[in-house]
Design a protein around this ligand. Structure first.
Ligand SMILES: Cc1cc2nc3c(=O)[nH]c(=O)nc-3n(C[C@H](O)[C@H](O)[C@H](O)COP(=O)(O)OP(=O)(O)OC[C@H]3O[C@@H](n4cnc5c(N)ncnc54)[C@H](O)[C@@H]3O)c2cc1C
Length: 407
């Protein structure tokens, strides 16, 4: 068993043993930025089992001037959960309770460590939907989604995570529990303090629970995927969807290089010369979704090389499973990548896609992009092989970010 630090011993004086991580600590020192060599160090890692324990840790750290880094599922791309300056990592993974669930009132109150996919599953089993769907839902936690105000494919129609939060419980310095908002859908008297915490990435406090709105699940969701010969035709199709007033649930794209990296697994035939893909989804009642799908086939069909518009639930699930795997497939195609999550005005999406490729050319790196076209949100990506742990070149010192001793 690894030797415990002085800080762990101090925390152990008021925390139960199971709330302090002693083995497998390295898993708490990095997030999705690990591939860029961003690794942290921590004197202690705690995983409290209750809001009260979170309070005790925060109060102790506040009194002793020790930094605290809250951690959800560690799927962030910005290094926010990485303890660059040491201190205490506070993982929320044991706070997974459902505090209240009123399906008939379309609302739920959950603890922050509940995984996004589990929350969506609970809603689905009750005929409801929690619309935010950031891509790493199996691993990310609702607290992390709120702390990053995460989006996802369906943010185009339904908004980002913050739009679904009506209240928060959080622990703020010097270790106090605050309740901001609550279960009520319209709660506008006074300052909207919960919105300060949404997207604050753990800098203002630790979210321990959230009251969330839900919606009745749409009866049908029908995607239409359209291939084009290039960026100009693809972006024109995206703008036509909006210009025709088609309120789709999702409006996604992949450029030619992303298609190259991932297209072999596309669940239908890919036409020759395909260099851009648009996926739009029509949802609503069966009648609404079918009507909108028909419009999409017409609007996206203009200038398209081919359309794939599955109607069977298995084929639809297959298409979205493929879309969910794009990030991983792009990484795997060359062994590593740096992705920046950027947003541009929709009318300049084509320019941003082309400029991503140009930046790659300037630096001699293969580049590509894909993302949530409807929101003008692209994952500008540069591919290369990373070796954060120095495994390919053991003699070479690995660059670290942050101060303090290496571990
Ligand atoms: C494959 C993949 C696809 C993704 N797709 C999307 C996407 O479509 N849209 C999008 O917006 N994002 C996307 N992301 C990134 C996204 O931000 C995360 O997936 C998710 O929202 C982070 O949640 P997490 O629980 O993993 O948080 P972490 O990565 O653990 O933490 C993220 C930040 O939030 C803070 N934090 C975590 N929990 C709490 C808490 N309880 N209280 C206070 N602060 C907290 C951390 O300190 C850190 O600053 C994707 C990531 C991956 C790996």
């Amino acid at each position: 068993m690894p030797a415990s630090s002085a800080l762990e011993r101090d925390l152990g004086s008021f925390l139960p043993r199971e709330s302090i991580v002693v083995e497998g600590r390295s898993a708490y020192l990095a997030d999705e930025t690990e591939a860029r060599g961003i690794l942290g160090r921590a004197e202690a890692i705690v995983i409290p089992s209750s809001t009260e324990e979170v309070c005790k840790v925060l109060a102790w750290c506040y009194d002793h001037g020790v930094p605290v880094v809250p951690r959800g599922g560690g799927t962030g791309f910005a290094g926010g959960a990485v303890p660059l300056d040491g201190g205490v990592v506070l993982g929320l993974e044991r706070l997974t309770g459902i505090r209240s669930f009123e399906p008939l009132l379309w609302r739920i109150c959950v603890e922050a460590g509940l995984r996004t996919a589990n929350l969506r599953g609970i809603a689905r089993e009750n005929g409801l939907v929690f619309p935010p769907d950031p891509g790493a839902a199996e691993q990310s936690q609702i607290g992390g989604n709120i702390a990053t105000n995460a989006g996802g494919p369906h943010a185009f129609k339904y908004g980002v995570t913050g739009a679904w939060v009506t209240g928060l419980e959080a622990v703020v310095p010097p270790g106090e529990v605050v309740s901001l908002g609550g279960p009520i859908r319209k709660d506008v008297a006074g300052y909207d303090l919960k919105s300060l915490l949404i997207g604050s990435e753990g800098t203002l406090g630790i979210i321990t629970a959230a009251w969330l709105k839900l919606l009745p699940a749409p009866e049908a969701a029908l995607p239409v995927a359209a291939f084009y010969g290039g960026v100009v035709d693809g972006c024109a199709a995206i703008e036509r969807v909006l210009g025709n007033g088609l309120l789709v649930a999702a409006l996604e794209y992949l450029d030619g290089a992303s298609l190259e990296a991932t297209g072999a697994a596309f669940p239908a035939e890919r036409p020759r010369g395909a260099a851009f893909l648009v996926i739009a989804e029509a949802d609503g009642s069966k009648e609404e979704a079918e009507g909108l799908r028909k419009d999409l086939v017409q609007v996206l069909g203009e200038g398209a090389l081919a359309l794939h518009a599955p109607t069977k639930s298995t084929a639809i699930a297959e298409l979205w499973r493929w879309r969910d795997g794009v990030s991983i497939a792009v990484s795997a195609s060359r062994g590593g990548k740096v992705s920046e999550d950027i947003v541009v005005p929709l009318d300049r999406l084509g320019e941003a896609i082309e400029e991503t490729l140009a930046i790659g050319r300037r630096h001699g790196l293969p580049a590509c992009s894909w993302g949530h076209a409807g929101d003008g949100n692209l994952h500008s990506t540069f591919q290369r092989t990373f070796d954060p742990k120095g495994l390919l070149n053991p003699g070479k010192k690995v660059a670290r970010v942050g101060s303090g001793p290496e571990r």
